[in-house]
Design a protein around this ligand. Structure first.
Ligand SMILES: Cc1cc2nc3c(=O)[nH]c(=O)nc-3n(C[C@H](O)[C@H](O)[C@H](O)COP(=O)(O)O)c2cc1C
Ligand code: SF4
Ligand code: FES
Length: 576
């Protein structure tokens, strides 16, 4: 979190991303804006993207002369209290009146009206002249103050999300102030497309959409196709249950993504691009469309910024919300107005994609990382993370964990650090009815698997997760406690695959249904001894013979839970 420069007025940043909006964030933002009108402009209120600790939403960050304070679990009714607390005029008045240290308040850390850490432990009111406010209201706010020094924030390394939660996503000016489009301009003025591709190649960036394919290699493949039209497509479908990383970028920092797409277009020689967003993300669609209109108005798109040789424009396309449409060939079919069904590869989209032309398709997070790499330099970026998995990755941490939200950390960070230190460990304590200790972490959504608690020291990188039968996927991380039977969890994901299968190939269409029926038997403790072997054989068949990644990966949650928690399946076999 960034503090305002000393002497500047206070501001409140209210999260109005989807997570907080669903908890009343929009009403809170409106109430704050209304209450702030009476402060005569000394306090500004703005809506921002995700502040990352989504489980405590709606969240508001207060930037004052002394630093930043964060409040969670707010209600619109508290808007007036928050505005009074944050209004700098009130502080000055209180200071002049000599009320700064009356009983009941404890001005924290010297004379700063705001300090960047909490006083929750001491039970004191929130900083900054809380004494002038009705005691109960201030005590409530104090108890809702979140510690910015806590590991959840302190151990993160936001690069992709660096401006998310800081800027108003609807303001191009704010994005420009923080350097948006500077790397695009630099590329256009100073770097050839080959040099840009070399930077991405040397950074070692791997696709964040799931498979971890080297981004530089893909860009080279597209760029080196024979002359002719080519396209760039941003995959913003994000259908994995438990994943909302891409949505946060779209909603919180749309210009970052637009810049990444434009740089990619320049690097591969594309004149046209598409952002494919699922219909279930209406806010993301609206923000991307607004950002695109703003950028066009300033001549950043649809024209030639800085050079007549770069003609690029793009379009937001809304998908119908089918998980399979995230698969690249299905996505391209959908853009072309056809049914979103995968097709066999090769040819890969890089060779033959939209209307048969070479097409670069990358995930949101991949493309949003591009401006960072160019700003830092490939060497500095590659020094973050591990040699084979460089950089940072955004995870959506959810399930039976104390702190749920977005976590951006260097790849190679131990799973334990993410779940126990940053996430605060399992939600429930052993012995608590309905829950228990941390049992496993499910990564990679329906394509992934479970990592048992005794493997928490595993570094989170592409290879280590795969070696455990799990998968990075796009970054969903669901913490499972001992209250959850693994066959039930596996059936949950299988039910998802059944309902999302496009039905084009038999192994997936019929195989997932049979797998779900077999899992039912284990869940309901009526399986026969031979069902265990049937389950394994069917998993292998569906995995090895399905046409696309959906069917190929559908058995993964079963296979990984069978590997680590076989006894739970055995106990689902009915007695003689
Ligand atoms: C069933 C299925 C769903 C997928 N959904 C997504 C998705 O929502 N977002 C995404 O970026 N990639 C998704 N992928 C992976 C894409 O096919 C593709 O590999 C990716 O967009 C490439 O981008 P990257 O190289 O930047 O990772 C999915 C793959 C499969 C098989
Ligand atoms: S594997 Fe499933 S989702 Fe993929 S093409 Fe076959 S039926 Fe469709
Ligand atoms: S959605 Fe508000 S903090 Fe994440």
């Amino acid at each position: 979190m960034i503090a305002l420069p000393p002497g500047s007025a206070s501001q409140l940043r209210c999260c109005h991303a989807s997570g907080c909006r669903s908890a009343g964030g929009e009403a809170l933002l409106q109430a704050l804006q209304e209450a702030a009108r009476d402060t005569g402009g000394t306090l500004t209120v703005k809506g921002v993207g995700c502040l990352r600790l989504c489980g405590r939403g709606p969240l508001v960050a207060w930037d004052g002369p002394g630093g930043t304070a964060l409040f969670g679990d707010l209600r619109p009714a508290q808007a007036g209290d928050l505005v009074r607390l944050a209004s700098p005029g009130d502080h000055e008045e209180r200071r002049r009146d000599g009320q700064g240290s009356q009983a009941g308040s404890q001005p924290a850390r010297g004379s700063d009206p705001i300090v960047p850490s909490t006083d929750q432990d001491t039970g004191s009111a929130a900083p900054g002249g809380a004494e002038a406010q009705p005691e109960a209201a201030m005590a409530a706010l104090a108890s809702q103050r979140l510690d910015l020094e806590q590991p959840f924030f302190a151990l993160q390394r936001p690069l992709v999300l660096e401006h998310c939660g800081l800027i108003d996503p609807d303001s191009l000016d704010e994005a420009l102030e923080r350097g948006a489009y500077a790397q695009l301009q630099r590329c256009l003025r100073e770097l050839s497309p080959e040099q840009v591709r070399a930077e991405i190649r040397l950074s070692g960036l791997r696709g964040r959409g799931g498979a971890g394919y080297p981004t530089g290699l893909k860009w080279d493949t597209v760029a080196l196709q024979p002359e002719g039209p080519r396209y760039v497509v941003c995959n913003a479908d994000e259908g994995d249950p438990g994943a909302f990383m891409n949505r946060s970028v779209l909603e919180g920092d749309p210009h970052r993504l637009l810049e990444g797409i434009a740089i990619a277009a320049y690097a591969v020689g594309a004149e046209r691009g598409y952002i494919y967003v699922r219909a279930e993300y209406p806010l993301a669609i609206a923000r991307m469309r607004r950002a695109l209109a703003q950028a066009r108005q300033r001549g950043l798109f649809g024209g030639a910024p800085g050079t007549a040789s770069f003609q690029f424009d793009l379009e937001v396309r809304v998908g119908a919300g089918a998980y399979v449409c995230g698969e690249e060939t299905a996505l391209l079919a959908s853009i072309q107005g056809r049914r979103g069904c995968p097709r066999p590869r090769p040819p890969f989209p890089a060779q033959s994609g939209l209307w048969g032309a070479p097409t670069l398709i990358n995930n949101v997070e991949t493309l949003a990382t591009v401006p960072v790499i160019l700003r830092m330099g490939s060497e500095a970026y590659a020094a973050i993370g591990t040699p084979t998995s460089p950089g940072t990755k955004v995870f959506a941490l959810s399930g039976a964990v104390r702190h749920t939200g977005l976590v951006e950390v260097p790849l190679g960070t131990a799973l334990r650090t993410i779940v126990e230190t940053i996430g605060g460990g399992s939600l429930e304590q052993p012995g608590v009815p309905g829950g228990g200790a941390l049992k496993a972490v499910q990564t990679g959504g329906p394509s992934g698997g479970c990592i048992p608690a005794d493997h928490l020291d595993t570094p989170v990188d592409y290879e280590s997760l795969r070696a455990l039968g799990a998968m990075m996927g796009s970054g969903g991380m669901v913490v499972v406690d001992t209250g959850t039977p693994m066959p039930l969890l596996a059936r949950h994901f299988m039910a998802f695959s059944v309902s999302e299968s496009c039905g084009k190939c038999v192994p997936c269409r019929a195989g997932t249904v049979q797998l779900a029926a077999l899992l039912d038997r284990f869940v309901e403790h009526r399986a026969e001894p031979a069902d265990l072997q049937r389950l394994e054989q069917l998993c292998a068949m569906v995995r090895d013979t399905s046409l696309c990644g959906l069917g190929q990966a559908a058995p993964s949650p079963v296979l990984s839970t069978l590997r680590w928690f076989r006894a739970e399946y055995e106990s689902g076999i009915a007695g003689p």
